[in-house]
Design a protein around this ligand. Structure first.
Ligand SMILES: [Zn+2]
Length: 318
């Protein structure tokens, strides 16, 4: 990203994200219409800089995807350089203002606290091993890895993922030798009680494929994790601040997907364990929501979730 000169008043992570959005919105096909493929990976075309006919090539696939170069004037460039050249702009901020202006608005990220008011009485013990692992061994230095799983593979938008990263609700981690994305399960007091790891490319963790009765898994909990009881993955706003809706989902990815569309709601993932206890813990907070929307998978676990919710609501229809 350092090749782009950015003005100081913008946060660097904001600019990085804005540049990603700009790149996703620009295409060589619209900037240079009427292109013909010269091979399975390249277009050849007149150069935007020297005008050399058919001396410029653009890689639309392969290892050089998104890069172009000219055999006459030796310029090498990406799609943003071409946009700048065509439009006579020399400043990346100006490009962003034209192509993705909304990305320059600094978002107000809420703190990583499920509760902002007086928390309920806490009888959970804090497992320092889990806390230490989350704080020191899991990192936000690998946003590319996090985005490979969440954006590229699971099609969640970059903005939602950036909010999660900034709020400390996702990190990356080398877990048993495999680069993984890590998610925290918190008690209602906001203390970390469990960490779930998902492999980046959704391959099973090697240690789950060994032995006779193995069940290969791309999703595992950190040793000593206690995801049961009143612990949740929080994808949305604090439970005592959220407006309107409470979403209760089974899995983390589903809850993040929902957070894209309902950024002001409280969105919880139960994480697959005994639902009854979890819903019991939520009971004091259910009344403040207009709607409680529960999306269980279409299977046995999903049905149990629906039953547990009805029991917790005591027959109230919401
Ligand atoms: Zn040229």
């Amino acid at each position: 990203m350092s090749k782009y000169n950015t003005k100081k008043q913008y946060d660097q992570s904001l600019i990085s994200h804005a540049i990603d959005v700009v790149k996703s919105r620009l295409s060589i096909e619209t900037l240079a219409p009427g292109l013909k493929k010269a091979s399975n990976t390249e277009y050849h075309m007149p150069c935007f800089w020297c005008g050399g006919t058919n001396r410029f090539w653009w890689n639309f696939a392969g290892t050089m995807q998104g890069k172009g170069a000219c055999r006459q004037c030796n310029i090498s460039c990406d799609i943003i350089d071409i946009y700048k050249k065509i439009n006579g702009i020399d400043n990346i901020i100006e490009v962003i203002k034209q192509v993705a202006p909304e990305t320059l608005e600094q978002k107000d990220f809420k703190e990583f606290q499920p509760f902002t008011e007086q928390p309920p009485k806490n009888d959970n013990k804090i497992d320092n091993k889990i806390k230490e692992h989350w704080e020191n061994r899991c990192s936000i230095q690998g946003p590319g890895l996090i985005k490979r799983l969440l954006c590229d593979r699971r099609k969640i938008d970059h903005e939602t993922v950036d909010i999660l990263i900034k709020a400390g609700r996702v990190k990356s981690c080398n877990h048993t030798g495999v680069m993984s994305v890590a998610f925290p399960f918190l008690s209602l007091q906001g203390e970390i009680q469990a960490i779930q790891f998902l492999t980046i490319d959704e391959q099973p963790f090697p240690f789950t494929t060994k032995g006779e009765n193995c069940s290969p898994a791309n999703k595992v909990f950190f040793k000593g994790s206690k995801p049961g009881g009143d612990r949740f993955f929080f994808a949305g706003q604090p439970i005592d601040q959220a407006e309107g809706n409470l979403f209760i989902l089974e899995g983390i990815i589903n809850s993040i997907t929902m957070a894209q569309f309902y950024p002001d709601a409280c969105i919880l993932a139960l994480g697959g364990s005994t639902y009854t206890k979890k819903l019991e813990a939520l009971k004091p907070y259910l009344n403040r929501f207009e709607k409680i929307i529960c999306c269980g998978d279409n299977d046995e676990a999903g049905q149990k979730l629906n039953q547990a919710i009805r029991a917790a609501l005591g027959g109230e229809n919401k």
